[in-house]
Design a protein around this ligand. Sequence first.
Ligand SMILES: Nc1ncnc2c1ncn2[C@@H]1O[C@H](COP(=O)(O)OP(=O)(O)OP(=O)(O)O)[C@@H](O)[C@H]1O
Ligand SMILES: [Mg+2]
Length: 260
Amino acid sequence: MSSARADRVRSGIPELDKMLNGGYMRGDSVLLAGSAGTGKSTMGLQYLIQGAKDGEAGIYLTFEEMPDQLYRDAKNFGWDMKKLEEDGKLRVICTSPDVLMEPGGLEAILEDPIKRLGARRIVVDSLSHFNMFMKPDSLRLQVYRNVMFFKTKGLSSMLIWEASQSPGMSFTISEEGISFLADCIVVLKLIEIESALRRGVVVMKMRGSPHDRRLREYEIASGGIKVAGSFENYEGLMGGTPTKASSERFAELFRKSTEK
Ligand SMILES: Nc1ncnc2c1ncn2[C@@H]1O[C@H](COP(=O)(O)OP(=O)(O)OP(=O)(O)O)[C@@H](O)[C@H]1O
Ligand SMILES: [Mg+2]
């Protein structure tokens, strides 16, 4: 795909765009969930870098990293965020969640940068920081306010959520009751297969669009996240207890029997 379809926004990961039938739907709120170190921030940045290329300026709203560290990590992937900021294609906003939680806080922080930049995309890294300050009911309300505000401003948004997962265990992202607020949910998982920890991405839901339902393997490499093939030969990966599919088991038994 050389150019974006008008109704889609590209993720920056061509294979993921294929899984999404062309990209995220324009104006949608995407929930990106995954456990620690799965590459959520990387995927968020990659989404904004693609936006800059597609003429869709973006805001990275972070409660997470110190800016210097963020710029350095991005540079390691070959992304010059300082340059993009100078060119008016990106804006990094570092703030504390309690500032946003005050009445009118969201508008006070974002109204002006959105206008100046003509922003079309936003990444929030991460919603889990709100979680430290509030009970589930207030969290839901806060997330709802965010989502509605972004929609009013015509922004396509990516909301990062740190979901707990220990290797080999399944996890649920509906615990906090926020998944229904998202139009699309993408989950990053660590999967233990034959004593090695591998990474898998799955599109759990996408309102109003067909999408790939398979768990696909991805890697974090020099240019960012790359999605590869599916784990076709394994069953039960989402539940955390991968077993080889019967066809694969059969092939293995067959091989063994012919080796003798
Ligand atoms: N330049 C790089 N090249 C290859 N892999 C990298 C590079 N930088 C980071 N990684 C990998 O990416 C992982 C972290 O990515 P990232 O910070 O995006 O994850 P995260 O899900 O946001 O983590 P956290 O939960 O800490 O916020 C690292 O653990 C490392 O494996
Ligand atoms: Mg992160």
